[in-house]
Design a protein around this ligand. Sequence first.
Ligand code: NAD
Length: 378
Amino acid sequence: MVGGGIGAFIGEVHRKAAALDGQIELVCGAFDIVPEKSKEAGKGLFLPDNRVYGTYDEMFAKEKALPEEERMNFVSIVTPNHVHFPVAKAALENGFHVVCEKPMTINTQEAKDLVSLVEMTGLQFALTHTYTGYPMVKQARHMATGGEFGKIRKIIVSYPQGWLSTRLETDNQQASWRTDPKKAGPAGALGDIGSHAENLAEYITGLRITEVCADLSSLVEGRALDDDANVLLRFDNGARGILHASQICAGEENALRIFVYGEKGGIEWHQHEPNTLLVKHLDRPVEIYRTGVDHGSYLCDTAMHNTRVPSGHPEGYVEAFANIYRNFAHALGSRLQGEEPNPENLDYPTVQDGLRGMSFIETVIASSKSDRKWTRFE
Ligand code: NAD
C-alpha cells in the first residue's frame, strides 16, 4: 500500500475491503508522506520492520529484489490525487500490478501514459470506483443494458454532500488537499465525486457520454476549486441526462442516487439504501428488488456473484469495495497460474475508465468556461 497512514481516510477502508475475503494479504507499505510516520503506521499494522518503507521508490526497489514468492504482487495507491500517477507509473515500470484510487491522475496526458504502460506491460490495473461494486448496481446494469426497459432515454445522477459547506480546508487534512489545485488537480467536487457519478451512469447504462453543457461554481468564498457542479449530458444513443455533484449541499451525507428511464420503465437506486433497487414499469406498479444470496431466483448472476449474505443482513460500502478487490484478486490469481480469468472476475473499473474520467473532468471544465456551452466529449 502507498498512503493510508495514521489519520488518513480511505486507506483503512481499502485494508478492510482487501482482507474481507481472505484472498489478499497486506505485506508491505509506504504509508505516509513523512517516512517516520510510515514506520509508525506499519508498526500499528503489525508488519515486519523490513517491509515498512520510508518512500514508495524504496518500496519498489527493495520488493523487486526479493525472491518472487515473497515479494508483493500488487500495490494499492490511496494517496491524494497528485501522487497517483508517479506511484502507478513506478509500479508498472517495476512489474507490479496496480489498484488505484480515483480520479486516476490530475490530467488527461498522465492518464493516457498509464493506459499505454498498462497495454505495454500487460499488467492488471483496477480503479476504485466503489459504487460499481454494489450488487444492486450490477442488477441495474443487467436490466438497463439487457433491453428490459427498451431504449434508454433519460439518466439523472446526483451526488450531493454537505461536508464542505464551510471553509473546512483551513484545519482538516482531507479538505485541505481536496481544495488545492496542486494536489487535487483541476477539479474540486467534480473530480472528487462527479467522476464517480459519470462512471456510475455509464456503467449502469452501457452508454457513453458524447457532449456536456456545464456550470461549475465555487460557492464558498476563497475556495480555489469548484464545490458545485451542474452538467447536462447527451449520450451516444441520443439519451439525455443531468449530472449534479456538490459538496455544499448543507446537511447531505453521501447521497449518491441514480434514475434511469427507458421507453418501458427504469430503475432508481440510492447509496443510502444500497440493498434496494426500485424497478419501474410503464404498465404496472413499481417493484422492490433486494440483495441476498437467497434471491437468486430473480437477481442476475453478476449481482449474485457480488453478494455475500442472506437477505435482510445489510451489505454496504466496505463490501462494495471488497467486490472490486475480490474480482481483482481472482482475476490476478488466474493469470498468475497462466489461466484465463472467469469473465465475472474481470468486472472491475479499469485504466480505461480512469482515462475516461479524466477527460470527462477536463471537458466539463472547458464547457463551464466556454460561452458556446455544448462541448464534445471525445
Ligand atoms: P487522506 O489525506 O486521508 O490520506 C492520504 C494519505 O496519503 C496520507 O496518509 C498521506 O500521508 C499519504 N501520502 C501522501 N503522499 C504520499 C507519498 N508520497 N507517499 C506515501 N504516502 C503519501 O486522503 P483520503 O481522503 O484517504 O483520499 C485518498 C485518495 O482516495 C484520493 O485520491 C481520494 O480521491 C480517494 N478517495 C476515494 C474514495 C472512494 O470512494 N473510492 C473515497 C475517499 C477518497
